[in-house]
Ligand binder design. Structure first.
Ligand code: BT5
Length: 315
């Protein structure tokens, strides 16, 4: 019930404790307790005798009460957890999966002490950024799992345009760039059998108002740095989850073609000269196409090579 309390109090008029209690079907003492708990988080309410309460200041914290009442989704956000600090939202999602957890569960944290990238690389995740994971059970073959990452990156690109009016570029396989610098990374972790994905955890790290360590200054940026302003993490998360839920419907109804076309319009990779840094070697070539699983075809001086994984660099 308290998910709706903030939304109810954001209007200009005061709302009495009695009205709130009636509308939300709880006692007046519970309303008072909820208000106190929000005050502890930094929210400021004005209260007037015989008139009631009014919300006058809200900090930018992506808690369930700020997100769920503002978005209508069919899968994503069915469960929502927010933590002040976690080792990693992806690791926490794995812990939750040991219990019975519904599809669409979102785990958000203010900071990660052990944020991870691919191949266990360190992901820098201090306060001020948006660090979260979404648990999904996509009914597609494991070799097409890349489409879930694609759906997430399209959603993030749409949200960045909607909230910040900026046009990011998606970089294969899991980055989002602004002027060539990484603003967001996606870590998709799977549990799968030969022909079935048991679950997929999509971990999203978006640099919003957080600082960037000097060692990453040449390759990474934040929205605050790029736009010159603080950006609302609450508005961003609402928009990302809403669009992710919409695009995920194309995976549900297996229209992967739509996702690939949409992804390509943000990725602009076909025809580009790239270097692929793989486990064992670096290959140079021009991207000639993308296959039905989201892997790249690279035209090299030795012929066409199929690229399934790796880090790419534009040259
Ligand atoms: C990624 O890996 O880009 C995936 C990052 C996913 C992070 C999210 S946060 C929520 C969830 N929980 C987790 O524990 N992880 C996910 P990769 O492509 O391997 O890139 C890693 C590399 O990016 C590092 O080796 C650094 O060079 C660089 N890097 C680290 N922190 C960064 C940051 N905050 N912004 C930009 N680049 C960063």
């Amino acid at each position: 019930m308290n998910k709706h309390l903030l939304k109810r109090l954001e209007q200009k008029e005061y709302v009495s404790g009695e009205t709130l209690a009636k509308e939300l079907n709880v006692s007046r003492t519970s309303i008072w307790k909820y208000i106190k708990s929000f005050e502890q988080k930094g929210y400021i309410f004005e209260s007037k005798k015989n008139k009631g309460y009014r919300l006058i200041f809200r900090p930018d914290i992506p808690i369930a009460e700020e997100i769920l009442p503002y978005i209508k989704t069919s899968i994503i956000g069915k469960k929502f957890y927010h933590f002040p600090s976690l080792p990693s939202t992806n690791s926490h999602a794995k812990e939750l999966l040991k219990k019975d957890i519904s599809e669409g569960c979102v785990i958000v944290t203010e900071e990660q002490m052990n944020g991870r990238g691919r191949k266990n690389r360190k992901w820098f995740s201090p306060k001020g950024g948006l660090w979260f994971s979404v648990i999904l059970y996509p009914d597609i073959p494991p070799q097409k799992a890349m489409y879930v990452t694609m759906a997430a990156s399209i959603a993030i690109s749409i949200a960045l345009k909607e909230i910040c009016n900026i046009n990011p570029e998606i970089k294969w396989p899991n980055d989002i760039l602004l002027d060539g610098k990484k603003i967001c990374g996606i870590l998709t972790e799977l549990d799968a059998e030969m022909d079935k994905i048991n679950y997929s955890i999509i971990g999203i790290g978006l640099n919003v108002n957080n600082g960037i360590p000097s060692a990453l200054n040449h390759s990474a940026t934040s929205l605050k740095k790029f736009t010159g302003n603080e950006v609302s993490r609450v508005l961003l998360l609402r928009s990302i989850l809403l669009h992710f839920d919409k695009i995920y419907q194309y995976i549900v109804c297996k229209d992967l073609d739509f996702i690939q076309k949409s992804w390509l319009s943000y990725a602009n990779i076909i025809g580009k000269e790239i270097c692929v840094h793989g486990e064992k070697e670096t290959i140079k070539g021009r991207v000639s196409d993308i296959d039905e699983n989201g892997c790249l075809f690279l035209s090299t001086n030795k012929g066409i090579t199929h690229i399934v994984a790796g880090d790419i660099e534009y040259i």
